[in-house]
Design a protein around this ligand. Structure first.
Ligand code: SAH
Length: 197
């Protein structure tokens, strides 16, 4: 089945978020040694953050609903000589994979879901993250003006989504680097650090 996401990854130009390198803010997280153990890159796209975690010594895995994205991620990892596993899977059924992770990276996934799927995502994330495990989540922020791109997320929405079974360690204003859209080369984001209780 070809999904909308698959079409994005088979188009002529890379998607705005598919910048060919990891997000600067998540590189900083990795450089602090925080992407460690078994790491899941949820909605990994072409795999930059799974590759980043691997390069920092993690046993990393990326999953995405788009087969085209996963094919690109596998090719990229092979080309760069990095060991990271990639699989086509739906994060809304993550609990069924039966794998538990120490760390999760979510770069631009949380903000794609409507309210119903958001709740389902958080439940499944909770099933896949061990107690004490940490999720580093970057989403579009309500501080981003204009209409382009995904839905904006407010801090209080993040706190509400992760109110049951999680500790919201911090939510920090940050930026997404994007492929240029007009004159814009970045977009306002929140970087949330969420601990599974
Ligand atoms: N993390 C990547 C991609 C962000 S775009 C990056 O930083 O570049 C959001 C990604 O989530 C897309 O690759 C899309 O295919 C994927 N996605 C959307 N819904 C999904 C779902 N239900 N399960 C798994 N992946 C999903």
């Amino acid at each position: 089945m070809t999904t909308w996401w698959d079409e994005v990854y088979t188009g002529d130009a890379p998607a705005p978020w598919d910048i060919g390198r990891p997000q600067r803010s998540l590189v900083r997280v990795a450089e602090r040694g925080l992407l460690s153990g078994q790491v899941l890159d949820a909605g990994c796209g072409t795999g930059e953050h799974a590759i980043l975690a691997s390069r920092h010594g993690a046993d990393s895995m990326g999953i995405d609903i788009s087969p085209a994205a996963i094919a690109k991620a596998k090719a990229k990892a092979a080309e760069r000589g990095v060991t990271a596993r990639f699989e086509v899977a739906d994060v809304l059924s993550l609990g069924e994979l039966g794998i538990t992770f120490d760390t999760v990276v979510d770069s631009g996934l949380f903000h794609v879901f409507d309210d119903k799927d958001r709740a389902r995502y958080v439940t499944n994330l909770g099933l896949a993250l061990r107690t004490g495990g940490v999720c580093y989540l970057m989403c579009f922020s309500d501080r981003q003006p204009g209409e382009f791109g995904p839905r904006r997320v407010r801090q209080d929405e993040l706190r509400a989504a992760f109110s049951d079974g999680w500790t919201v360690e911090s939510i920090t204003a940050d930026t997404f680097e994007i492929n240029p859209i007009g004159e814009a080369t970045d977009a306002q984001a929140w970087l949330a650090v969420l601990i599974r209780r």
